[in-house]
Design a protein around this ligand. Structure first.
Ligand code: ZN
Length: 164
């Protein structure tokens, strides 16, 4: 597994917000902006060196995309979000990494449990052993049932990716 510097960063088109969240859970820096148009998407991706993920056919007709100046990957929109994630990881031969904040894509730093007493909801504090804070948006995270479902799904994806 490489370090952060060789990890691709993504910009998802306006239709792929769900995929952006799954990419973050899989450990990738993925941006998504509601309602962003193709021109702005391409401009931002070029400026920030991000790979565009899009299900919009006409976008791939643009010169900067066709020439490979801006990296991109066409993602089938009709598939489920975790299948889109599996598709991207498989196409680009990417491993699962340490999860990032699903809300913003920031890196997570683990906190000692006692440090979140009073901040974590009492139920979460009682039932969860490990807590993290997002370095970008400051959100406190823990492994509740929602997160367990996601990590189980990610583990399944990693297994099925190893089969081919
Ligand atoms: Zn965050």
């Amino acid at each position: 597994m490489g370090d952060e510097t060789d990890s691709p960063r993504f910009f998802c088109d306006a239709m792929l917000g769900g995929l952006a969240r799954w990419l973050r859970a899989a450990g990738y820096d993925a941006l998504y902006e509601y309602g962003i148009d193709d021109g702005e998407l391409v401009r931002r991706a070029a400026a920030e060196g991000r790979t565009i993920l899009s299900c919009d056919g006409p976008l791939f007709e643009r010169n900067v995309i066709r020439s490979g100046q801006v990296r991109s990957l066409y993602v089938p929109q009709q598939s489920a979000k975790h299948d889109q994630l599996a598709f991207v990881l498989r196409e680009l031969k990417l491993p699962l990494r340490s999860s990032r904040c699903m809300a913003c894509g920031g890196e997570l730093a683990e906190l000692p449990r006692h440090a979140v007493l009073g901040e974590a909801p009492p139920l979460a504090f009682r039932h969860c052993e490990r807590f993290w804070r997002c370095a970008r948006c400051g959100k406190l995270l823990w492994r509740g049932t929602h997160w367990q479902k996601i990590t189980r799904r990610l583990a399944e994806l990693a297994l099925s990716a190893g089969e081919d």
